[in-house]
Write a protein of this length. Structure first.
Length: 118
């Protein structure tokens, strides 16, 4: 198997004009299925990391008065942030599956049409 030939063909396919709008529609459907899970995951992950960081800063007395009570609150906030970070990926997988199921029939039908045409 000539890997250079396969690579060259894949690059050529990227630049070849798409004579059908079905390929564009297929890409849009794929994006529609995946985008909501990605947006949620990035947003939730950023918020979780910020909460975790706030807890770390409070517990290590970087911010706040540095009392024992604030340190304890910082530990609790940090653990909550860790839990949020930990559940982010399972939530992402569930949302991705839900999106794929929602658009699966349309995507498969369109992909069959495109593949049968060639």
């Amino acid at each position: 198997m000539n890997t250079d030939k396969i690579y060259a063909e894949s690059i050529a396919n990227e630049y070849s004009p798409k004579d059908t709008s079905k390929v564009v529609a297929l890409k849009k459907l794929d994006q529609k299925a995946k985008l909501p899970s990605e947006i949620f995951t990035y947003t939730f992950g950023i918020v979780a990391a910020l909460i975790f960081g706030l807890g770390m800063c409070l517990s290590m007395k970087v911010i706040g008065p540095g009392t024992t009570a604030v340190t304890a609150i910082g530990i609790v906030i940090g653990v909550i942030g860790m839990l949020m970070v930990g559940i982010n990926y399972p939530i992402y997988k569930k949302l991705r599956e839900k999106g794929k199921k929602k658009y699966a029939y349309e995507i498969v039908q369109l992909a069959k049409e495109i593949s049968e045409k060639q």
